[in-house]
Each structure stands twice: as C-alpha cells, then as structure tokens.
Design a protein around this ligand. Structure first.
Ligand code: MG
Length: 122
C-alpha cells in the first residue's frame, strides 16, 4: 500500500526527532508525533488520514502494547498497519505484539534502509 502520513509514538523527544528524520530520508516526510499511547489515540482521532503507526513499547500513561490493543479494538483504526519500534527484542514480546495485531517489529537501533524496507513491505 502507499504510505503517506505516519503517526510516530515515543516518550523520548530525541527518538521522535531521530525517527522523523529517518522517515524523511526514507521518503516519508509527512509524519506527526505523540508522546505516549493515550496521546496517540487522541492524535488518531484528530487525524483520520494516518496510513501507518510506528510506536515505542515502553512509555508512561499508556504503553505501546496497550496502545496497539486499543487501536485494534476500534473499528475506525483497526485497519491501520501498526509497527512496534522498540529495544525489547525478547521473543515473547515480539510474539505478544504480533498476536495483538502488530504488522511488524523494528528493533532499535535501526537504519534508514531497515525502516524503508519494513514500510515498503506493508
Ligand atoms: Mg520509551
């Protein structure tokens, strides 16, 4: 599918900046950000044109896995592809994310090429 607008969710402002820059270099300059899962749900309600979600796992207020479950439980957002971007690379975590509806999983640190490849595979 053709990805235009991407929602990036991470509690680290530095990581948000790195991801926005990486996405722009990978050919996806149109991104918006949120600082945790609850904020992500608000941004999705305000932006009905989001094509893809990239979310961190460990965040205050609402973690990435809870955010994922909320996105998949809502008929308005359940079809938006969701990629977890996290330093958690334990097999059980990856399984839980995939079983909860995540399309893919990116382990930090990542490269422009790896992000590009994952998004192009959606
Ligand atoms: Mg975090």
């Amino acid at each position: 599918m053709k990805v235009k607008k991407i929602l990036i969710v991470d509690d680290s402002p530095t990581m948000l900046r790195i991801l926005q820059n990486t996405l722009a270099k990978a050919g996806f300059p149109d991104s918006i950000t949120a600082c945790h899962g609850k904020d992500g749900l608000l941004k999705l309600a305000e932006n009905r044109d989001v094509d893809l979600i990239l979310s961190d796992w460990n965040m205050p207020e609402m973690t990435g896995i809870e955010f994922l479950k909320n996105v998949k439980a809502d008929g308005d957002t359940k079809n938006i592809p969701f990629i977890m971007v996290t330093s958690r690379n334990v097999k059980e975590d990856i399984m839980e994310a995939v079983q909860s509806g995540a399309r893919d999983y990116i382990v930090k640190p990542f490269t422009v090429e790896s992000i590009q490849e994952k998004i192009n595979n959606i």
